[in-house]
Design a protein around this ligand. Structure first.
Ligand SMILES: CC(C)(COP(=O)(O)OP(=O)(O)OC[C@H]1O[C@@H](n2cnc3c(N)ncnc32)[C@H](O)[C@@H]1OP(=O)(O)O)[C@@H](O)C(=O)NCCC(=O)NCCS
Length: 193
């Protein structure tokens, strides 16, 4: 392990350190260490262990990208501690990225965890030269609408009864993410401006 890796207190594949959080690629052992707990608190129909395992396997082939977020103990440069408190993922199709999941544990909400994860997802989509990203969101998830609006997503349509054949999904798109304007938007979001 390098000095930096020791500071992070984690494996060399740790991805980023931002907002007092350590973001890292999701691994199967994270599922019982916070991911499934957050997932169950976040959605009426949470993803199962099997779905996550399949997504993590597909991340190895490059068609998916999943991150977890953990806090540091003592803040600053302290070691990573505790379970995952948030996770998020992308599915890459052609030159577009599809947000598959963004979930934050209720105890950790409104502290910038989802914003930090979304910035990291955007960075990865841009690194892979995606020109746009998209997602579906429940009509009732008003907090998520506000989050996605800040990232430049705009409603583009409705999928009727998309969730459990009951609730509609709003389809949102955000285009031109390789442009300088979008880089400036992301820089503002990094600093929560
Ligand atoms: C939506 C969700 C991911 C937000 O996570 P979070 O970590 O609390 O969000 P952040 O703290 O990063 O919020 C960033 C910004 O998004 C907006 N936002 C987030 N939650 C909001 C809420 N409940 N009400 C209004 N605005 C909200 C705000 O602009 C916020 O900035 P601010 O706190 O400085 O005002 C979280 O509430 C969650 O897991 N919900 C259940 C699962 C879900 O709906 N996922 C999205 C569907 S795909």
């Amino acid at each position: 392990m390098s000095v930096i890796e020791r500071m992070l207190g984690r494996d060399p594949d740790d991805a980023a350190d931002s907002n007092g959080l350590v973001l890292a690629p999701m691994r199967k052992r994270d599922l019982k260490d916070g991911v499934l707990d957050t997932e169950e608190h976040a959605y009426p129909t949470p993803w199962s262990t099997r779905v996550f395992q399949s997504e993590i396997e597909q991340a190895r082939t490059g068609s998916r990208y999943y991150l977890t977020a953990r806090r540091r103990s003592g803040g600053g440069r302290g070691r990573v501690s505790g379970p995952s408190i948030g996770h998020a993922g992308l599915w890459f199709t052609g030159d577009e990225a599809h947000v598959t999941n963004v979930a934050v544990h209720p105890d950790a909400r409104r502290t910038g965890v989802a914003r930090t994860l979304m910035v990291a997802l955007a960075d990865e989509a841009i690194r892979r030269e995606c020109v746009a990203w998209t997602l579906e969101v429940r009509v009732s998830s008003t907090g998520a609408h506000e989050l996605y609006h800040r990232f430049g997503f705009v409603p583009a349509g409705v999928r009727k009864r998309y969730y459990d054949n009951v609730e509609d999904a709003i389809v949102m798109w955000c285009h031109d993410i390789l442009d300088d304007d979008y880089a400036r938007r992301l820089d503002a979001l990094r600093e929560n401006r």
